[in-house]
Design a protein around this ligand. Structure first.
Ligand SMILES: [Zn+2]
Length: 220
């Protein structure tokens, strides 16, 4: 039995098998997740992230700039933000020109400041991070807790849009990718939490925590 690491349902089944690992699907939240025995050892995983982080600095910089520009439209005050799970190096961060904003960064390997996880933020950036979550329930719960009312969570992750073409889906071949989401997975999560959900272009998912005055579970 493989318990779903996102919704904890036990109604899961083998979905895909290749030479490297097995993957399972959850009938409740539609997450597809890899067999925990196939997870890479931490040091191997860390080395992969070193390389991956370096390649993604420019894209992450642009992602963060556009996210803050969106959030600024609704606020004149400086924003407090958290870049979660994939950090910008100092030169990339200073290149954003966003010095007036307070941007914290957390990464379990390269910036493991747990104090930051007890703060609250106007926005949280998760750029190509969700697919790496071995315990997505824990991470999703943490992210929701850290959002201020009215705050935004911006998630960039490749959505699985054609379940029948999974065996040809390049995104699954990276062994650090262990959780795969469909639109219905995020719909399930948002409904459970009472968050607003918006699917934007290019695998961008926006989630807003309701402000105190408009908590209307299940409505969008
Ligand atoms: Zn599930």
């Amino acid at each position: 039995m493989h318990r779903c690491p996102l919704c904890h349902n036990t109604d899961t089944s083998l979905f895909h098998r290749n030479k490297k690992r097995d993957m399972y699907t959850c009938s409740h939240c539609q997450l597809i997740f890899s067999d925990a025995t196939s997870h890479l050892p931490p040091q191997v995983e860390k080395n992969r992230y070193l390389e991956s982080n370096r390649k993604k600095q420019a894209a992450l910089t642009q992602f963060l700039i556009s996210l803050i520009a969106q959030c600024e439209q609704g606020s004149s005050a400086p924003l407090s933000g958290l870049n979660f799970g994939r950090v910008l190096d100092s030169s990339s961060l200073s290149s954003t020109g966003l010095h007036q904003h307070h941007i914290e960064q957390y990464d379990p390997f390269f910036a493991p400041d747990h104090h930051l996880l007890k703060q609250h933020y106007d926005y949280i950036c998760c750029y190509k991070v969700f697919e790496h979550f071995r315990f997505p329930f824990k991470e999703w719960s943490l992210l929701g807790t850290m959002l201020k009312p009215g705050g935004w969570l911006a998630i960039s992750t490749k959505l699985l849009t054609d379940i029948h073409s999974f065996d040809k889906w390049h995104h699954k071949n990276n062994l650090t990718h262990v959780s795969f989401y469909q639109r219905s997975t995020f719909e399930y999560l948002a409904e459970q939490a009472g968050f607003k959900l918006l699917f934007a272009a290019n695998d961008l998912i926006l989630v807003q925590k309701p402000s105190g005055s408009d908590i209307t579970r299940g409505q969008s």
